[in-house]
Each structure stands twice: as structure tokens, then as C-alpha cells.
Design a protein around this ligand. Structure first.
Ligand SMILES: [Zn+2]
Length: 352
């Protein structure tokens, strides 16, 4: 038995040496390999033949038609961008060079609580377009709530809750990655934590992830971080605090505390992760500057959807004019502030 094992080992070493001395198409030398399995990086050479990785290890004896020196650089199969709005462009630019040339090979969509629905129709359209990057979507809690409740600032009835859970189940069965929320935006801002937890449990049943543009990223950032962690804990779902940041000069430094909360939650066994912008600025739609009460319900001018405009064009026209006057006034206040970065009106009542 023992001899057999030694022979096997010798055989393996022999094969290994044969590979190591082989001539490859491409050799990427000395990079820090991050293989995507969750392991820490390790230094290794990567050999490629016929556009496939055929070997990773110490290949110092090998040769190749093309040798790339990757010393000090990261070698990875591709990065995942977990927060994109690439849907706006992917059908016009299916090669997505802006992502691929940065090494991003997987894009996710459906962030901030807003996604295509139903999911399978969307995947079908993506398949037919034959796009270059890998693609996956989260199903938007805001999208589902809008379809069931509209832009109403109220609790869901038990029947509506059931309907939303059924839609979540359907989306997960059709291949959604998980649930996304934009609790900062209408109608996410009209949604209680408990409602999010209930929907997230459905996503958790299918191994989904909860990704959130949190309720508030300025003065109430820490409340938002705690809410996000609570959702992960009570729904039993991995959570991703997306584009984690601290808005407003007066709040700078709060990340020391927010990251401590994340670390503590992880120590308690909650799977919390974050991503962040690769730049110091942040941007969003102009409706983020409009008070949420002005975006509520059927009478909301700002939220007049395309569909509603189609239904009542004269009212919608009035609405648009009204909105622009509102926006101009709000922008004036906003821009006159000494420390831009937060909304020019008091923070909205925190919802439990
Ligand atoms: Zn966002």
C-alpha cells in the first residue's frame, strides 16, 4: 500500500515536471493569482493553450510563444462588478468594452431595488443579444412593490404581501441572483424593515443574496448599516451593502464606526460584505433631491411614470412643468449650501 502511494506520487511529480517544461502558447509569469475560490492570493505562473488555462504553478522551466511578465500584478479570471446599471447600454453596446477592458467579466443588474420583471423574459432578450460579459440580475423589491402597491406610502396588506412573495419566488426560480433594495428611493423608502425581511426570506430559500442601496447614507448611515445587518440576520441571507459611502462633509469619518459594525456582524456569523466606488464622488438621479412626499401616490407629479403619462397626457404635462419648478427651487437651495452632499430638507422619519 505504502509503495503504491510513493509510486503514485513519483508519477504525479513526473507528469508535473513534464508540464512545467512544456511549451505553451502564453505564459503569465510571477503574478499574484486570485483564483476566485475565496482563497488568499498566491504567487504563480499561469499557462494558456488554445485560449484555455492549462496549468497554474511554478512553471519556471517552461517556455511559451508569448511571455507576459506579471510581477507585482494581479492575475484573475475576471472581476465581478456587483453594482451596475449596464442595462441602459448593454443592448446598444453588447460587447461592453468599458467593463471588459478593465478586467470586469461579470456584470450584475437590477440594483437599487429596480429590475426588469419578469426575469425570464429579460434573460431571453440578453441571450438573443449574445452579449460579451457574463450577466446576472437581482430582482428589485421596488419593482415588485410598484407592480403590486404602486407608489403608495403605506403598509402592504397580507394579500399584497403574499403576492409580492409569489413574485419573488417566481423571479428566483427564473434565475435571479437575489433581491435588491433601494430603500433610499421611492417606493423602497415606503417599505418597512419587516416587509424587506419577509421578502428576503423567500430569496434566502433559493440561496439568494440581499444587496442594498441603504435607506440613508448621510446623517443616519449607522442606522442604515444596523438595518441592513438585521435584515441579513433575521432573513438568514448573505447581505451586500452596496456602494458603501458616507455622504456629507459633516459625516465624514463615520465609516470607522460603520466598518466596525460590519466586522462585528461578521464575527457573529452574519455574511455581510460591502463594495464601494473606485472614485470619491457619488451620483444618482435628480429625483433623489425631491422630497419623498412629492413622489408619493397617484397624485405624485414627479413620479408620473411613462405609462401614466400615456394615460393622461394633459395632466402629465402639467406635472412635468410643476416638477421642473420644484426641481429648480430645490436645486437652488441645495447648491447654496456650504457643505453639499446631503438633502436640503430634514431627514425623513425613520421607519422601523
Ligand atoms: Zn445605488
Amino acid at each position: 500500500m505504502h509503495t503504491k502511494r510513493i509510486l503514485l506520487l513519483l508519477f504525479a511529480i513526473a507528469i508535473s515536471n513534464a508540464f512545467a517544461q512544456q511549451n505553451y502558447d502564453i505564459l503569465i509569469r510571477g503574478g499574484r493569482v486570485i483564483d476566485g475560490s475565496g482563497n488568499p492570493w498566491f504567487e504563480a505562473d499561469v499557462a494558456i493553450n488554445d485560449e484555455r488555462i492549462v496549468r497554474i504553478g511554478d512553471l519556471s522551466a517552461a517556455t511559451a510563444s508569448q511571455v507576459i511578465n506579471a510581477a507585482g500584478l494581479v492575475v484573475a479570471p475576471g472581476f465581478i462588478d456587483p453594482h451596475t446599471h449596464a442595462l441602459r447600454g448593454i443592448f446598444d453596446v453588447p460587447n461592453a468594452e468599458s467593463a471588459l477592458l478593465q478586467g470586469v467579466t461579470t456584470l450584475t443588474e437590477g440594483n437599487d431595488g429596480s429590475s426588469p420583471f419578469p426575469v425570464d423574459e429579460h434573460y431571453q432578450a440578453i441571450l438573443e443579444k449574445q452579449i460579451s460579459p457574463n450577466w446576472s440580475i437581482f430582482v428589485g423589491q421596488g419593482t415588485i412593490r410598484s407592480l403590486v402597491i404602486g407608489q403608495e406610502d403605506r403598509k402592504a396588506t397580507p394579500a399584497e404581501m403574499q403576492q409580492m412573495k409569489d413574485m419573488m419566488r417566481q423571479a428566483m426560480e427564473q434565475g435571479a441572483l437575489g433581491i435588491s433594495t433601494g430603500l433610499f428611493y421611492v417606493p423602497g423608502s415606503f417599505t418597512s424593515t419587516e416587509e424587506v425581511i419577509e421578502l428576503s426570506r423567500v430569496a434566502a430559500d433559493y440561496g439568494g443574496i440581499y444587496i442594498s442601496h441603504m435607506r440613508e447614507e448621510a446623517a443616519q448611515l449607522l442606522d442604515s448599516v444596523n438595518e441592513t445587518i438585521r435584515i441579513g440576520e433575521e432573513a438568514g441571507i448573505p447581505v451586500q451593502m452596496t456602494h458603501h459611502k458616507v455622504i456629507g462633509v459633516e459625516n465624514w469619518g463615520a465609516s470607522v464606526e460603520s466598518l466596525r459594525l460590519v466586522d462585528e456582524a461578521r464575527r457573529r456569523g452574519i455574511d455581510v460584505t460591502i463594495d464601494q466606488y473606485p472614485y470619491t464622488a457619488s451620483q444618482t438621479g435628480i429625483n433623489a433631491l425631491i422630497p419623498q412626499w412629492a413622489q408619493e401616490g397617484e397624485t405624485a407629479c414627479w413620479s408620473a411614470s411613462r405609462a401614466r403619462r400615456h394615460e393622461a397626457p394633459s395632466r402629465a404635462k402639467w406635472c412635468r412643468r410643476f416638477s421642473m419648478i420644484e426641481v429648480a427651487a430645490i436645486l437652488k437651495t441645495y447648491l447654496s449650501r456650504a457643505t453639499p452632499g446631503i438633502r436640503p430638507w430634514p431627514a425623513r422619519i425613520w421607519r422601523s
